[in-house]
Design a protein around this ligand. Structure first.
Ligand SMILES: *[C@@H]1O[C@H](CO)[C@@H](O)[C@H](O)[C@H]1NC(C)=O
Ligand SMILES: *[C@@H]1O[C@H](CO)[C@@H](O)[C@H](O)[C@H]1NC(C)=O
Ligand SMILES: *[C@@H]1O[C@H](CO)[C@@H](O)[C@H](O)[C@H]1NC(C)=O
Ligand SMILES: *[C@@H]1O[C@H](CO)[C@@H](O)[C@H](O)[C@H]1NC(C)=O
Ligand SMILES: *[C@@H]1O[C@H](CO)[C@@H](O)[C@H](O)[C@H]1NC(C)=O
Ligand SMILES: *[C@@H]1O[C@H](CO)[C@@H](O)[C@H](O)[C@H]1NC(C)=O
Ligand SMILES: *[C@@H]1O[C@H](CO)[C@@H](O)[C@H](O)[C@H]1NC(C)=O
Ligand SMILES: *[C@@H]1O[C@H](CO)[C@@H](O)[C@H](O)[C@H]1NC(C)=O
Ligand SMILES: *[C@@H]1O[C@H](CO)[C@@H](O)[C@H](O)[C@H]1NC(C)=O
Ligand SMILES: *[C@@H]1O[C@H](CO)[C@@H](O)[C@H](O)[C@H]1NC(C)=O
Ligand SMILES: *[C@@H]1O[C@H](CO)[C@@H](O)[C@H](O)[C@H]1NC(C)=O
Ligand SMILES: *[C@@H]1O[C@H](CO)[C@@H](O)[C@H](O)[C@H]1NC(C)=O
Length: 365
């Protein structure tokens, strides 16, 4: 009481002189009030989600136990920003949620995404999360990394993913997602990695993917994708890894793939691709691996293959290829795996296929 009286008194004495400063002080507080409330609501939203989870045994730190009135920036710092997997910016807003392999089981339905307007990373990979991916995820417009891989999500991909235009990485692989790849993915022009493999995706590859010119990795393998490989894939000039294997793709290999000169892997095995291997494949001088086995290809191996000096694996067994093996194949001095069996090639081959045969090389012809 004595303390309080004293400070009141000094305030009274100071007041006439300090009025402008005091007004300024109150103004600053009024401005700061908005984020303070948002900080608190971010914590409440996370707690509501935690409460809805069937397993959150590793989220013990997610608690306002000691400061249930966590409305100030300081208490927020002391609590929410130190919770497992949570990172804040200087204003105390949550910028990262990284709960990789955190033993979470449950759904996302009770996670109110619209509260996290500063979020740049959401990593929920390798948990036991299920249910559908809520359309509301499209409100996370500052997101750079979205990783929902290795869970049990099902249902369709929400079209609102097309609103996450800052995304550079989108990992949805190893779930039970069905339905088709939304053409809205084509709006994600900053995307460098798109990995949707091992799901139940159907429908065709949307030609709008051709707008993702920053893509370096495109993994759509192990789904039930049909239709042909769109020629627009040839616009993805920065692509390094292209894996479309184990789907139901038909049609031919588009010659436009010859523009993907940074490509190191070209995997299209286990599909129903027909037609010739385009001679443009010879432009892909950085290729390490060509794996096309189990398709319905026809015609010869193009002689341009001899230009692929870095090729270590050429795997084309069980296609319908025919004709003589091109002599140029002898120039592929880095080849360690060569699978040519179950085709209609003309034998014998007159060149020396195995220039540097050693025990760690596999040649099945
Ligand atoms: C809450 O208080 C207990 C005991 O007073 C302490 O051990 C614990 O670290 C506190 N938790 C937080 C999040 O401050
Ligand atoms: C929270 O605020 C209420 C009312 O202002 C107060 O009664 C309560 O003790 C506070 N709880 C904590 C943990 O500070
Ligand atoms: C996930 O965490 C468990 C321990 O909880 C650990 O044994 C396992 O190796 C981790 N998995 C990965 C992929 O990090
Ligand atoms: C929850 O996860 C923990 C850590 O992985 C595990 O030990 C526990 O058995 C799980 N609980 C249930 C109910 O599945
Ligand atoms: C989600 O949070 C926003 C504010 O961030 C609020 O307006 C909205 O009502 C909340 N939605 C639900 C379902 O709680
Ligand atoms: C998610 O976290 C794991 C473990 O740290 C990491 O391997 C993975 O690359 C992260 N995902 C993204 C998209 O950064
Ligand atoms: C993006 O968000 C706006 C509103 O914020 C919405 O009207 C639009 O449908 C969304 N677009 C997509 C592709 O989800
Ligand atoms: C790329 O985007 C533009 C404008 O949004 C559109 O007109 C064009 O058709 C798209 N190209 C592809 C290949 O989807
Ligand atoms: C590569 O792209 C250019 C223009 O971008 C085009 O004119 C050319 O035909 C393409 N080449 C192939 C092999 O697709
Ligand atoms: C692949 O194509 C052939 C004809 O080209 C057809 O007979 C076969 O059923 C197709 N297989 C699949 C799995 O679509
Ligand atoms: C081949 O590989 C080497 C070493 O891995 C690399 O330096 C080179 O750029 C690659 N591409 C070509 C066309 O040689
Ligand atoms: C192999 O490469 C050399 C130059 O690297 C070239 O002169 C020769 O014609 C090539 N041989 C074949 C069969 O392509």
């Amino acid at each position: 009481m004595a303390e309080r009286k004293k400070s009141l008194l000094s305030l009274h004495v100071l007041l006439p002189f300090a009025l402008p400063q005091l007004l300024l002080f109150f103004n600053v507080h009024a401005v700061a009030a908005a984020p303070v409330t948002q900080e608190a609501s971010e914590a409440q939203v996370l707690l509501a989600w935690k409460a809805s989870l069937e397993n959150h045994s590793l989220l013990n730190s997610w608690s306002l136990h000691n400061n249930s009135n966590a409305t100030s920036r300081e208490s927020k710092r002391d609590s929410t920003c130190n919770w497992l997997g949570i990172t804040c910016n200087v204003a105390g807003r949550i910028t990262r949620i990284n709960l990789f392999n955190a033993s979470l089981r449950g759904k996302l339905d009770n996670l109110n995404f619209s509260s996290f307007s500063e979020l740049t990373i959401l990593n929920l990979s390798s948990n036991a999360l299920y249910g559908t991916i809520p359309a509301q995820i499209g409100t996370l417009t500052k997101l750079n990394f979205l990783d929902l891989s290795v869970n049990q999500f099902f249902g369709y991909l929400p079209l609102s993913l097309g609103n996450l235009t800052k995304l550079t990485t989108l990992h949805i692989y190893e779930n039970n997602i069905f339905g088709s790849i939304p053409q809205e993915i084509g709006y994600l022009r900053n995307l460098a990695e798109l990995a949707m493999y091992t799901n139940l995706l159907i429908g065709t590859i949307p030609p709008t993917l051709g707008n993702l010119t920053k893509l370096t990795t495109l993994y759509i393998y192990n789904n039930r994708i049909s239709g042909s490989i769109p020629k627009e894939i040839g616009y993805l000039k920065n692509l390094i890894n292209l894996e479309l294997s184990t789907n139901l793709l038909t049609g031919t290999i588009p010659p436009t793939l010859g523009n993907l000169t940074k490509l190191t892997t070209l995997y299209i095995y286990e599909n129903n691709i027909s037609g010739f291997i385009p001679q443009e494949i010879g432009y892909l001088e950085n290729l390490n691996g060509i794996i096309l086995y189990r398709n319905n290809l026809i015609g010869p191996i193009p002689s341009t293959i001899g230009k692929l000096k870095n090729l270590t694996e050429l795997n084309i067994f069980q296609t319908q290829l025919s004709g003589p093996i091109p002599l140029e194949i002898t120039n592929l001095t880095h080849l360690t795996k060569l699978y040519l069996q179950e085709n209609n090639f003309l034998w014998p081959f007159t060149g020396t296929i195995m220039p540097q045969r050693t025990t760690n090389k596999i040649y099945c012809i």
